[in-house]
Design a protein around this ligand. Structure first.
Ligand code: PLP
Length: 388
């Protein structure tokens, strides 16, 4: 059975060209970038080149990019870094209630250490209202963090508007752009952000490598101490193959982004339309138009997301759900709950995220298989029995 992978928001396969670019840095060019002999300097040169590619992708200066172990570390670094560097003056942080756990849990950690955190509501589409951001600001606010696009429902937030508000108020602004960099245009100046998180494995790079954009002049505490790597922002011998992979992934993304986004948006819309038409009692989650080109998230009445996942898996289709106990999480999706979905709709949610190797035939196959799975599950559904 040929696998149909529709979970690109969870992780992407490493692009063969990315893997190819990385390989020499495991074997031939293995020198330590801090060593002054040419073998080490060659590795350092590769890091510099990767930094240029990543900076170009997001409109930053090279020296504003700091490599991290991924999106989670970038989020931790940005939020704790700003909070601790400025805590004598201000102790209030504003985030949205649909942030990734890497942001939410970091803020919970800060709360235990005396910071105050405001969790902004979202509307039924998952959108943050910039007016709410403005209202939440106090003279104690040091940081606003709102994600560029949500990983579950794909809603794209009004980051540029929030950026203007933050700038006017003289408050640092961070965005988690893990789901957008390499997929839709990201320009740190147009968005008006001071800090921006990225992760390689969401843009066809390897796992365990990411980066934080830090606008020049941002007052930030680093929290990995040791050597002088990354201009002392982040100590530790660099993950050279990973960094090279991220750089190559950024370069490839830049070349193909707009045509790929157009192709995916077509497939996305075909899948959404097909599901809503062929399966009764289904609802689209997330914004109908301000949406990542690869994201489909629907709630299917009277069935459990997990049951759909298991049945799809038997057909070779990889998907995801915001339902409890799925994907090793114990809680139902905080994102769908914050959008006001009922527990039934959260438990019946299904996320299908498309990518580089998703074809029209695959979408057809899902549109053939999914209605049959739902019909089978509904036939034995205790949820539906209550309705009969
Ligand atoms: N932020 C968002 C929006 C994500 O989707 C993810 C990954 O799922 C992360 C942060 C964490 O990134 P990483 O897996 O590189 O730690």
């Amino acid at each position: 059975m040929k696998r149909i992978y529709l979970d690109y928001a969870a992780t992407t396969p490493t692009h063969p060209e990315v893997a190819k670019a990385m390989l020499p840095y495991f074997t031939e060019v293995f020198g330590n970038p801090s060593s002054i002999y040419s073998h080490g300097q060659e590795a350092k040169g590769a890091i510099d080149e990767a930094r240029i590619h990543l900076a170009e992708l997001i409109g930053a200066r090279n020296e504003e990019i700091v490599f991290t172990s991924g999106g989670t570390e970038a989020d931790n670094f940005a939020i704790k870094g700003v909070a601790f560097a400025n805590k004598n003056k201000r102790d209030h942080v504003i985030i949205s209630s649909i942030e990734h756990h890497a942001v939410i849990e970091t803020c919970k950690f800060l709360e235990k250490r005396g910071f105050n955190v405001t969790y902004l509501p979202v509307d039924e589409y998952g959108l943050v209202d910039p007016g709410d951001v403005k209202k939440a600001i106090t003279n104690k606010t040091i940081l606003i963090s709102v994600m560029h696009a949500n990983n579950e429902v794909g809603t794209i937030e009004p980051i540029d508007e929030i950026g203007k508000i933050a700038k006017e108020a003289g408050i640092y602004f961070h965005t988690d752009a893990v789901q957008t960099v390499g997929h839709i245009p990201v320009d740190v100046n147009e968005l008006g952000v001071d800090l921006l998180s990225m992760s390689a494995h969401k843009l066809y790079g390897p796992k365990g490598i990411g980066a934080l954009y830090i606008r020049k002049g941002t007052k930030l505490a680093s929290f990995i101490h040791g050597g002088e790597q990354e201009r002392r922002w982040r100590a530790g011998t660099e993950n050279v193959p990973g960094i090279v992979g991220l750089g190559r992934a950024a370069e490839l993304a830049r070349q193909k982004m707009s045509e790929e986004a157009e192709r995916l948006a077509y497939l996305r819309d075909k899948l959404i339309k097909g599901i809503l038409e062929r399966i009764g009692h289904t609802h689209l989650n997330g914004h109908p138009s301000r949406r990542l080109p690869n994201n489909v998230n629907v709630s299917v009445d009277f069935v459990e997301g997990e049951s759909m996942l298991l049945n799809l898996d038997l057909e070779g289709i990889c998907a995801s759900t915001g339902s409890a106990c799925s994907s090793s999480s114990l809680e139902p999706s905080h994102v769908l709950l914050a959008m006001g979905l009922s527990h039934e709709h959260v438990h019946g949610s299904l996320r299908l995220t498309l990518g580089k190797w998703t074809t029209d035939e695959m979408i057809e196959q899902v549109l053939d298989v999914l209605p049959r799975i739902v019909a089978k599950l509904r036939a034995i559904s205790p949820l539906l029995k209550g309705q009969r």
